[in-house]
Ligand binder design. Structure first.
Ligand SMILES: Nc1ncnc2c1ncn2[C@@H]1O[C@H](COP(=O)(O)OP(=O)(O)OP(=O)(O)O)[C@@H](O)[C@H]1O
Ligand SMILES: [Mg+2]
Length: 273
């Protein structure tokens, strides 16, 4: 499996006197296209981890490899960040005097993208996040959820393979928050972008493939979120009826409608092969 992110004994110590081990010997691997949530109490090191993954800050020791490349060996970190990583922060950091379109164009400015292409791409991205009719609005003319969607569009401007989001729904009501997460999920499916999202929201974490739980600078739990369908199937197969069907009792199948019966039989056949 190809890993877009790998950390090896990643450690970050802040301060010289009273030292804080914000990250303590963290070794993780994240596959291309994974959608990962990072959870954990305040101060457990979530933002520090994200900052290291995005090369916004240097580790005290250990390594970060992005697409197999050790960040220590990257000559031009600014260029690397611009081309590979998109960032979404809790406070969206939009430029207040620029409209939505111009905000999305900003990351493309230093890149070899012509003016026309830049505009076109910004328009496409804003349409994709559902803001086709708000392109000329300034940030203060948009709702919190809309601003966050502009920030997401901006994070995708340079077609990054990796997007790091630090509490992207932290300032939103639950409705706007779930819209933002659904959007990230869609982008993850459609563009195969890898997402690492820090969140305090269990509803958000449930939508992801995997939850890393941090505690005192360490990964305390690495939990794969079960495919809900698989979970349902497991529960069903554990039930009396499920057991009867599974053990081949022909009478058990009679309680199902013909279509359901065929679907289930196909499913079981595929699983055992
Ligand atoms: N620049 C800094 N200087 C000194 N200590 C820092 C610095 N940044 C973070 N820390 C400390 O490192 C630890 C981890 O901080 P971090 O910001 O990663 O936590 P977090 O999990 O993101 O918390 P929150 O959920 O509150 O955002 C904390 O104890 C924090 O006080
Ligand atoms: Mg934080």
């Amino acid at each position: 499996m190809e890993h877009i992110i790998e950390t090896q004994s990643l450690t970050k110590v802040y301060g010289d006197g009273a030292q804080v081990r914000a990250l303590d010997d963290v070794s993780i691997q994240i596959a291309k296209g994974e959608f990962v949530a990072v959870m954990g109490p305040s101060g457990s090191g979530k933002s520090t981890l994200l900052n290291m993954l995005g090369a916004l800050d240097l580790p005290s020791s250990g390594k970060v490899l992005i697409n197999g490349q050790d960040l220590q060996t990257v000559k031009n970190l600014d260029a690397f960040r611009a081309q590979t990583v998109g960032f979404v922060f809790q406070l969206h950091n939009l430029i207040p005097t620029l409209n939505a379109l111009e905000n999305v164009e900003v990351p493309m400015m230093g890149q070899p993208v012509g003016r026309g292409e830049r505009r076109k791409r910004a328009e496409e991205l804003l349409s994709m996040v559902g803001l086709g009719d708000r392109m000329h609005h300034l940030p203060n003319q948009l709702s919190g959820g809309q601003r966050q969607r502009v920030a997401i569009a901006r994070s995708l401007a340079n077609k990054p393979s990796l997007v790091l989001a630090d509490e992207p729904t932290g300032n939103l009501d639950s409705q706007s928050g779930s819209e933002v997460i659904n959007l990230l999920r869609e982008l993850n499916r459609d563009l195969k972008t890898t997402f690492v999202v820090v969140t305090h929201d269990l509803a958000v974490a449930r939508q992801t493939d995997r939850v890393l739980v941090m505690h005192d600078g360490k990964i305390a739990d690495d939990h794969r979120v079960g495919n809900p369908f698989e979970e349902d199937l497991k529960t069903f197969l554990g039930s009396g009826l499920g057991q009867a069907i599974f053990s081949g009792d022909p009478n058990a199948l009679e309680v199902l409608r013909p279509q359901q019966r065929v679907a289930l039989q196909n499913l079981l056949a595929n699983r055992s092969s």
